[in-house]
Design a protein around this ligand. Structure first.
Ligand SMILES: Nc1ncnc2c1ncn2[C@@H]1O[C@H](COP(=O)(O)OP(=O)(O)OP(=O)(O)O)[C@@H](O)[C@H]1O
Length: 604
């Protein structure tokens, strides 16, 4: 296992990828914002000069020159504004381009690690949240905030009292922002959780569409969705109410301050301490000084959402951190060793399989049997690396699975899951596991080995037929056989099948047995979970998993026996020479001609 320190530095390194290259851009944007804010003083200067110079002198020429100058400066300000917003949009796009694939990789992994699909999808949207915030009004306001002192200094320079008034306004508005932050943080979090719950129900309803229709409980499913949707809506409304209230308060405050500045300015002018032009200039500058705070409050909700998304992305970036990248190893060719493995469910941490050990040599096939819920799929998930192993190790030719780079070990493994879902892609892309350049010969070889080459040729576009979402364009048996071809693609050393014959007809089962024989003949290993004995014809050894334990493992004929009359079984169980107990296997559903009940002799 990697030392904790190395892993934590790998995590820091991976998290730093989120902000890599952004520092220079942030400095550039800070400087551009400074220029925008400096140029935004144009209005104030213009007012002051018009009132105090052009009007008092009555010179049209002065007015024209001042106006031309102001227009020029406004144009510059506009240009810098465009540059700033375009840079921000591009920063967002670059961020998305760089981070989205990594976030998507984690999103793929989340459901197998115990998170709901809805939560995984939500996390996948974090990149969108950050990108759309960067493309909006919020970041501009944040970059303007540090330049508020520029306006304060300007107003202070006109008259200290006016400076003091504007400063007081800025302090009040900042406090409002902080209060809004405290009040909205919890509610925003709750709103997000409610959105995840709503997404989970929507997802589950969509996946169960056929059952809902057939048994007519779609209205109840909709009612259940409606309930969580309302909860989400209530929280959304409360959160928007809060945002709207603070927004309104800040806008009113700004107007009050603007009038107060005018009033104070007028008072100071009457007292002879300020020119008429300076009143207008101070009013414009103080309102401009407070605009970023006002904008920040208006954009607080997206800002908080983006900040939370960014924090989650930090976790996301480090979720798959590895202290060291594994070195390439030679392809395995000798053995599979299951070395005292204990496996727990990733979500709950509940131990589902403990202390299982067995060895398989190249050229052999092993059948795994046992009652429902015993832990067979758990064993398969551990061997394929889908679930992490709590204790013990799975070794191929002596090396633990983690000692191979992920893609390399994937090439040596063929896996046919219990529920075959195919990708929304063509048949050849599915069989070749989305290979960058599909090698037709290998695809046909795998399809032939799975006995479905002819069936594929009969599809509308043959190997180029699009399978639609989750391969729903095919029957369950066809999906299972394409899944088998995918597992056999490129002759992997270890082929693992979880109930591969649950949807197969007689011809499919014969193809399956032939495929197992083929893997054995080329020196590979097959591990097959089965309820039906017909799938075990070609296996050499059998393991029985029951109650989360491997209770028996040995040669097929020793472990497995055809159903005996009850009397015979009880004789065998009570024979004193070789004490054994007899476990009845559950009868498979929809058994065809191959069906026989199984009894397994377990050493007591
Ligand atoms: N994702 C999961 N989280 C928590 N517990 C799980 C999870 N998947 C399965 N289990 C539990 O683990 C135990 C073993 O399940 P497993 O799927 O390994 O059984 P199995 O032997 O393959 O059964 P079957 O023959 O019905 O497929 C069961 O009690 C089940 O409830």
């Amino acid at each position: 296992m990697a030392p904790a320190k190395t892993l934590s530095s790998a995590r820091r390194r991976d998290a730093a990828r989120l902000t890599r290259g952004l520092r220079g851009i942030a400095i550039f944007l800070f400087v551009v914002s400074g220029l925008i804010n400096l140029l935004a003083l144009t209005g104030s200067f213009y007012m002051m000069q018009v009132y105090d110079r052009a009007l008092t002198s009555g010179s049209i020429q002065t007015l024209a020159a001042l106006s031309a100058l102001a227009i020029g400066l406004y144009l510059f300000q506009g240009c810098f504004d465009v540059i700033r917003s375009q840079v921000l949009v591009r920063v967002g796009a670059r961020f998305d381009d760089k981070i989205a694939p990594i976030a998507h990789r984690v999103t793929i992994d989340m459901p197998r690690l115990g998170f709901s699909t809805a939560e995984a999808m939500e996390r996948g949207r974090d990149v969108d949240t950050v990108r759309s915030f960067l493309g909006g009004q919020g970041p501009g306001a944040l970059f303007d905030l540090p330049w508020i002192p520029l306006y304060l200094a300007f107003v202070y320079f006109l008259h200290p009292w006016l400076g003091g008034l504007t400063l007081a306004g800025a302090v009040v508005l900042t406090m409002l922002t902080l209060i809004s932050e405290v009040l909205t943080r919890r509610i925003n979090n709750e709103t997000r959780q409610a959105a995840i719950a709503r997404g989970a129900i929507a997802d589950s309803n969509a996946r169960n569409a056929e059952v809902l229709k057939a048994m007519g409980f779609a209205p109840r499913a909709v009612a259940r969705f409606d309930e969580v949707n309302r909860e989400h809506l209530q929280l959304q409304t409360r959160s928007s109410d809060l945002g709207g209230t603070f927004g309104a308060i800040s806008r009113v405050l700004r107007m009050v301050l603007q009038s107060a500045t005018l009033g104070l300015g007028a008072y100071l002018t009457i007292k002879g301490e300020l020119s008429a032009g300076a009143i207008i200039a101070a009013s414009v500058a103080s309102s401009r000084a407070l605009a970023p705070v006002d904008q920040a409050i208006a954009n607080w909700k997206p800002f908080v959402a983006a900040r939370m998304a960014f924090q989650r992305l930090r976790e996301t970036m480090t979720a798959l951190s590895k202290a060291v990248e594994p070195m390439e190893l030679p392809a395995p060719r000798q053995s599979l060793k299951i070395d005292k493995i204990t496996v727990a469910a990733p979500g709950s941490g509940q131990v589902l399989l403990s202390d299982a050990s067995f060895d398989v040599q190249a050229g052999k096939a092993v059948g795994i049997i046992g009652p429902s819920g015993g832990g067979k799929t758990t064993l398969v998930r551990a061997i394929t690396g889908i679930w992490p192993i709590l204790r013990g190790a799975v070794r191929l030719d002596g090396a633990e699975l983690e000692q191979w780079p992920e893609e390399t070990i994937g090439r040596h493994l063929g896996y046919l899951p219990q529920e075959v879902a195919l990708l929304d892609a063509t048949v050849d892309e599915n069989i070749s596991r989305l290979a960058e350049s599909v090698e037709p010969a290998k695809v046909v070889e795998a399809a032939t080995a799975a006995g479905i080459h002819e069936m594929i040729l009969r599809l509308p576009l043959g190997y180029k037929t699009q399978l639609g979402p989750q391969g729903t364009a095919l029957s369950a048996g066809q999906r299972q056989r394409i899944g088998l071809a995918r597992a056999l693609y490129d002759n992997p050393f270890l082929v693992i099948m979880d109930e591969p014959n649950s949807n197969l007809d007689g011809e499919g089962e014969a193809a399956l047995t032939a495929a197992i024989e083929q893997v054995k003949a080329r020196g590979g290993i097959v591990l097959i979970v089965a309820h039906r004995p017909s799938a075990l014809q070609a296996v050499d050894d059998v393991g029985l998993i029951q109650g989360g334990k491997l209770v028996a493992f040995g040669p097929r004929d020793k472990i497995l026996a055809p159903a005996q009359p009850r009397a015979a079984a009880s004789v065998s169980a009570s024979a004193p020479a070789a004490p054994e107990r007899t476990v009845s296997m559950p009868r498979a559903v929809g058994i065809g001609e191959h069906s026989t009940a199984l009894e397994v002799r377990v050493p007591a």
